[in-house]
Structures are given as structure tokens and as C-alpha cells.
Design a protein around this ligand. Structure first.
Ligand code: GUN
Ligand code: ZN
Length: 447
């Protein structure tokens, strides 16, 4: 169940094994960056982590009467998962059959998104979407709304009620979509600016300027997205990049003066810190270098890339080039809210390219790596004093077959890999948002 807002005591604490990262295992290796404490206490106060350390050290320091929730030895407490790229309006079209990107957009996506003209529909889907995030341990997401400003309003309002750290923006799209879904260059600038004024920096919310992709934005609209970014440099900016071969060929036709896909964004001033691009599957070396040099990030969307047949992201080449990479569901081209399931597919995508993503790298991507890709790693993505208290509590024995398999696991790396290969929403025992338990899994019965 998703818990209603009880008045949280000022200080609570949770106890159990903890895993977090202090750095980037792609760059520095897992030994130097993974921190595992087999029996830890995390003290939560005012939405932050007040203290964390071995239970034997922290327990004597707790003030009398502190409520300590003990999750036991079969749990693993991690930073809340972060979904770097997702379309909440597509929750209703997950698993739409038979098309690749451009036809899938026309046949399914643009049909569904028109229903968001109705604010009540947006509100209902936003509620389902956020609830499903919590059931899967996702405490922050960078979200595409539809072209309708109220689709962003409704999502932000729902996230604010949960005190969730969330980035979102209305999509800017002024061509190559049904008339009911297009804005104008100036209209999209005005509407985005109004939404920034209303939501950006309010509580834990942030605005992401969202030109959908250059296929659905005129040069005028991209130029105004660039103007908005220059005006509000602390906003995020999100778009899609180099996802599908047919799409890439079409971008070359639409923007003949630009030397490659990335150069379209570069030309309009849309690269830099706090910009995050979905996919980036088919980038050449020059594009990767430019991404790295500008501090622009990629959201890796493995279930989407497999589902739409878009291709296999090259994690090793991208991280080696120094590009920031985060993990994403990309629903509804992506097929699951489960971050564990998404990591399992990231592993398989790697295998197809002759790369074996390590469990350390995987769980880093879902937490601190995604926080770093979003330039939020000073606030979320790790468990340390002063960080915001967004946490997921995994149950490492959530199904009979996982329980059986775990009896044959020899170390934490193997236990983690079992979770990402076999686990799903049932493995999420509790989700904490700003220090409050926002989701607690109902009891599972198996024997
Ligand atoms: N490119 C432009 N829009 C979309 C979208 O909604 N999903 C995906 N996967 N790619 C896109
Ligand atoms: Zn997307």
C-alpha cells in the first residue's frame, strides 16, 4: 500500500544491511567505491539522513524512545532508485505491439497523449504513475509530460504532496504530430516559462525544459528552448538523441546543415550541465567527445531499446569517453517500472555487445550514477549524513525461487546479481521519501 501522510515523528531510524557508493565504479572500480555495512542504523530527521553507521556505534547515541524499524538481515537498504528518463503519459500504452520508434510514436503514443487534453485524465494517470514508482523503489524521476501545461501541473502537484524530488516538463512540439498535440514555438516558450515560474525550485521539484526531439520541433522552437535555457540555467533540459537508424536518417534530412544528430542540439545551445538525453545508442566518437566535453548526460534505456528494436547501447565506450550515464525506464517504450528488471536488461544489452555489466556498476547506475547524470549527486543517490533521506529497502528473498537461489549465493556481488536477474516489484519491501515511509509492501505469503 502507498501510505497516507501520518505525522512523522521528528526523528526515526531504520536498521539493516546498507549498500551505497562513494564514487564511480566505472572509473575507480568497485572496491574503492562500494560501501557495504552488514548491520547499520540510519537516523532520519527533517527529511535528511542525520547519521549513518554500524548499529553498534549508532545505537548507544540514539535518544531514548527513538523509533527504530529493523528490517533484518535479509534486507538491503540502498539509496532510492532514480529513473532518468520516463514518459508518465505513456503508462497506459506499455506493451504496444509491433512497431519501431517512428511508427510507434504515430500509432500509439500520439493517440494516447491526446487524452491528456482532459486534466482529470492527467491527474488520474499521474497518481497511478507515482504509486507505481514507489512500489518499485523509485524516489526521483526526470519525466516527460504531454504538450498540455496542465499535464505538468497535475504531476508536480501530486509529487509535491509526497514531498518527492522530481524533475518534469511539458513537451515542446510544434511539427510532425497531430494538430491536437502541437504548440507553437512562441507558445511553448511562454507556457514552459510560466511552468518554471510556478514549479521550479518549489519544495523538491525542478523544471526540465523538454523539446521532445528535433523531429517534432522546428528550428524556431529549438532556438527558443535554447533561449529559455540561457534564461534559466539552473533548470534541467531533456530530449531524445540518436535512438533509431531511421530516425537518425530523418534528422539529417530535417537539419542538412548540421554535421550529426548531436550537432543539432549543440547548434541551439542545448548541451551542458543538467542536460540529459535519452538513448544515445548510435553516436560516433566525435559526438561522444562533445557530450563529455560539455558535461551532457545520457539516460540508458535498455528495456525500451530492446522493445522498439532500436539497438544496443555501448556502455563501455560511452563511460570510457567520460560521458555521464544514468539509468532509465523510458516507459511506455520501456516495459517495466522495475529498476531491478531494467538492470537485468541492461546486463543483457551489454552481453550482446560482449560487455558484462558488473552488479556494482549496475546498482551504481540506478542510484549515484543517475544522480550524477542529473547533477543531483550532492543531494540524492547515496546514503551519507546530510543527504536527502530517499531510500529503498530491498528484500533479498522475495520469492520462493529467489529464496532458493540465495541459499547458493556466496557473496554480496552474487546476491545483487540475483536480484537484478530475478527480482521485481516484490523485492521492494519499503520506500522512503524525504525520511517518511511512503510505501510498505503488504506481507508476502509463501512457504
Ligand atoms: N523520441 C521522441 N519521442 C519519443 C518517445 O516518446 N519515446 C521514445 N522512446 N523515443 C522518442
Ligand atoms: Zn523517451
Amino acid at each position: 500500500m502507498v501510505a497516507a501522510s501520518p505525522p512523522a515523528p521528528a526523528v526515526t531510524a531504520i536498521r539493516g544491511p546498507v549498500l551505497t557508493f562513494t564514487g564511480d565504479p566505472f572509473a575507480a572500480g568497485s572496491q574503492a567505491t562500494a560501501r557495504h555495512e552488514p548491520d547499520a542504523i540510519i537516523v532520519l530527521a527533517d527529511g535528511k539522513i542525520a547519521r549513518v553507521g554500524p548499529a553498534a556505534e549508532i545505537a548507544p547515541l540514539l535518544s531514548p524512545g527513538t523509533d527504530v524499524v529493523d528490517y533484518g538481515r535479509d534486507a538491503l537498504i540502498m539509496p532510492g532508485f532514480i529513473d532518468c528518463h520516463v514518459h508518465y503519459p505513456q503508462t497506459q500504452i506499455i506493451g504496444s505491439y509491433g512497431r519501431q520508434l517512428l511508427d510507434w510514436l504515430t500509432k500509439y503514443t500520439f493517440v494516447a497523449e491526446q487524452q491528456f487534453a482532459e486534466p482529470a485524465h492527467a491527474e488520474a494517470v499521474a497518481a497511478v504513475y507515482l504509486k507505481e514508482n514507489l512500489r518499485n523503489g523509485i524516489t526521483t524521476a526526470c519525466v516527460y509530460c504531454t504538450v498540455h501545461p496542465h499535464s505538468a501541473d497535475r504531476l508536480f502537484a501530486a509529487a509535491e504532496r509526497l514531498d518527492m524530488r522530481l524533475l518534469a516538463g511539458k513537451v515542446m512540439m510544434d511539427r510532425n504530430a497531430p494538430a491536437a498535440l502541437t504548440d507553437t514555438a512562441q507558445g511553448s516558450y511562454d507556457e514552459s516559462k510560466a511552468l518554471i515560474g510556478k514549479w521550479h525550485g518549489r519544495g523538491r521539484l525542478g523544471y526540465a525544459i523538454t523539446p521532445r526531439y528535433p523531429g517534432s520541433s522546428t528550428p524556431d522552437q529549438l532556438a527558443l528552448a535554447g533561449a529559455l535555457r540561457a534564461e534559466f540555467p539552473d533548470c534541467h533540459l531533456q530530449s531524445h538523441l540518436s535512438e533509431n537508424r531511421r530516425e537518425i536518417a530523418w534528422m539529417a534530412e530535417l537539419f542538412p546543415a548540421r554535421k550529426n544528430y548531436l550537432d543539432i542540439f549543440d547548434h541551439y545551445g542545448l548541451l551542458g550541465p543538467r542536460t540529459i538525453y535519452g538513448h544515445g545508442i548510435h553516436l560516433d566518437d566525435g559526438e561522444l567527445q562533445r557530450m563529455a566535453a560539455t558535461g551532457s548526460a545520457i539516460a540508458h534505456c535498455p528495456t525500451s531499446n530492446l522493445f522498439l528494436g532500436s539497438g544496443c547501447f555501448d556502455m563501455a565506450r560511452t563511460t570510457k569517453a567520460g560521458v555521464r550515464v544514468g539509468l532509465a525506464t523510458d516507459l511506455g517504450a520501456g516495459t517495466t517500472f522495475s529498476v531491478l528488471g531494467t538492470l537485468g536488461e541492461a546486463y543483457k544489452v551489454g552481453q550482446l555487445g560482449g560487455q558484462a555489466l558488473s552488479p556494482w556498476q549496475a546498482f551504481y547506475l540506478a542510484t549515484r550514477g543517475s544522480a550524477r547524470a542529473l547533477y543531483l549527486d550532492d543531494r540524492i543517490g547515496s546514503i551519507a549524513e546530510g543527504m536527502e533521506a530517499d531510500l529503498v529497502v530491498l528484500d533479498l528473498r522475495s520469492t520462493p525461487i529467489i529464496d532458493f537461489r540465495m541459499r547458493h549465493a556466496s557473496d554480496l556481488a552474487e546476491a545483487l546479481f540475483i536480484q537484478m536477474t530475478m527480482g521485481d516489484d516484490r523485492a521492494v519491501q519499503a520506500t522512503y521519501v524525504a525520511g517518511r515511509c511512503a510505501y510498505r509492501r503488504p506481507a508476502l505469503a509463501f512457504g
